[in-house]
Write a protein that binds this ligand. Structure first.
Ligand SMILES: [Zn+2]
Length: 463
């Protein structure tokens, strides 16, 4: 009995010792892995193009999911002078909230801090709550070279007068004092970027712009430029904006017309199945029209910085005008108004399958199907100016091909939403359809485009 008791007592002592050892060991491992973790924090700095503007906001995020951020220190340094922009510490308890991530926006006004424009460096040091280094933690450090630029770009408008109509086009030429990441003419929310490449002087830019048929007659127009640091400038220019006159047109939608056109749109994404013909027509006339306009306008993203064209644009020969630009169309079915849309081109009828000449020289930007417009060709004339040819029975060109003025690009037809054989001819600048009539007019081109280019060329000294 005694020995047995002694034996069980020893086993109990050894057992207790083992458990104690395990606890101490687990504690040591926990200390090593958790409290003495060796992973430094991560620093994320987002300084666009390495520039800091007059009133800069620099997004900074630091992260340490293991033990949390203990301290952040950020300073701006220029020619040996250092200014601390931020110094903050966090308690161990609060440091691990949100996965150990701290994000903040660093507001910097270099001028107020006594810095001058030019090179500088931003220094960021971060420590975590690890017990390493006699409790000072793991440290991450980064230094970023940057340029302080507090001067907004200067815009000098080189064209003197701009006479524009609602639905019409214009050209503005300007010089920038420095390279800018965004610049061009703003027309009530529509932005028409400027491009260099026409004049030898790389600081001189052209911006073709349009005023939408639906934009107000008192639309605000100005030049806007944002430099690489983010300093922005807004400069007005002289213009006269005339009222556009657009016609109203009533279109009767007959049952035979619906029977003719609806089968061609079967399978269009989102087309209501087995719905009544009027519902299907409305889907085509509204939703498809919107999508197809976008398809056509999307070509402007990659315009050539080359003036492909010269002189008046050519109208489809021997043709009669069947519908005008920006006609306000009311659609009537069995005596009732079912829809209203605006016609964004000019309809021209000639003989069936007449040859369609390129209105002016350019590069084919799109050749394909575009729903209500049927077979479509668009031509990029350079600097954001495009022409579009729709309802073609056949196209003779390929995307990327350079065409000369009057070169036959296809044949008229009635593909898409067309009652009969005709050409729908349109013109657009960036994302705005404009009135082609101006571009067909040689004297309008001379007064509003060619004369400006000549005037600026002369003032630049015969480039
Ligand atoms: Zn049309």
């Amino acid at each position: 009995m005694r020995s047995k008791k002694n034996g069980s007592g020893k086993r109990f002592k050894y057992g207790l010792l083992t458990v104690l050892c395990l606890v101490v060991l687990a504690g040591a491992v926990w200390l090593l892995i958790v409290k003495f973790e060796g992973k430094p924090p991560v620093i994320n700095l987002e300084i666009e193009d390495g520039y800091i503007a007059a009133d800069a906001r620099i997004p900074v995020s630091v992260e340490d999911p293991d033990s949390g951020i203990r301290k952040v220190w950020i300073a701006l340094m220029q020619e040996g002078e250092e200014t601390v922009l931020k110094e903050q510490t966090w308690e161990a308890g609060a440091a691990l909230a949100k996965g150990g991530k701290k994000s903040f926006s660093l507001e910097v006004k270099p001028g107020d801090l006594g810095f001058s424009d030019g090179k500088a460096s931003l220094r960021v040091a971060v420590w975590d709550h690890s017990w390493r280094g006699w409790l000072s933690g793991n440290r991450a450090y980064t230094e970023k070279e940057l340029v302080i630029d507090t001067v907004p770009p200067r815009v000098e408008v080189l064209t003197r007068q701009h006479n524009i109509r609602q639905g019409g086009s214009g050209l503005l030429i300007y010089r920038l004092s420095e390279a800018c990441k965004k610049h061009g003419v703003s027309v009530d929310g529509h932005f028409f970027p400027g491009y260099s490449g026409y004049f030898d002087d790389p600081d001189v830019y052209l911006s073709f712009f349009g005023v939408g048929h639906d934009q107000p007659a008192d639309a605000d127009m100005h030049v806007r430029a944002v430099d690489r640091a983010g300093n922005s400038a807004r400069t007005g220019f002289h213009y006269y904006l005339g009222k556009g006159r657009f016609d109203a047109e009533r279109l009767n939608i007959s049952e035979p017309f619906l029977r003719k056109i609806l089968p061609g749109f079967r399978g269009a994404a989102g087309m209501p199945e087995d719905a009544d013909p009027v519902k299907q027509f409305l889907f085509i006339n509204q939703e498809l029209r919107r999508r197809n306009n976008q398809t056509i306008l999307s070509a402007t993203g990659k315009t050539d910085t080359r003036m492909h064209w010269s002189g008046a644009f050519r109208r489809l020969p021997n043709s009669a005008r069947k519908a005008a630009f920006a006609d306000r169309r009311t659609y009537i079915y069995k005596g009732e108004v079912i829809d209203k849309q605006v016609h964004l081109g000019i309809d021209l009828a000639s003989t069936r399958q007449a040859q369609v000449p390129a209105a002016n020289s350019g590069r084919v930007a799109f050749d394909g199907q575009a729903g209500i417009y049927g077979n479509v060709v668009t031509i990029d004339h350079g600097f954001g100016l495009f022409s579009v040819y729709a309802h073609l029975s056949r196209s003779l060109v390929e995307e990327g091909q350079v065409v000369d003025q009057s070169e036959v690009i296809g044949y008229t037809g009635s593909t898409g939403l067309a009652g009969g054989d005709h050409l729908h001819f349109g013109m657009f600048i960036q994302d705005v359809f404009v009135n082609p009539v101006e571009w067909w007019d040689g004297s309008w081109i001379q007064n509003n485009i060619a004369a400006k280019l000549e005037h600026v060329r002369d003032s630049l000294g015969g480039q």
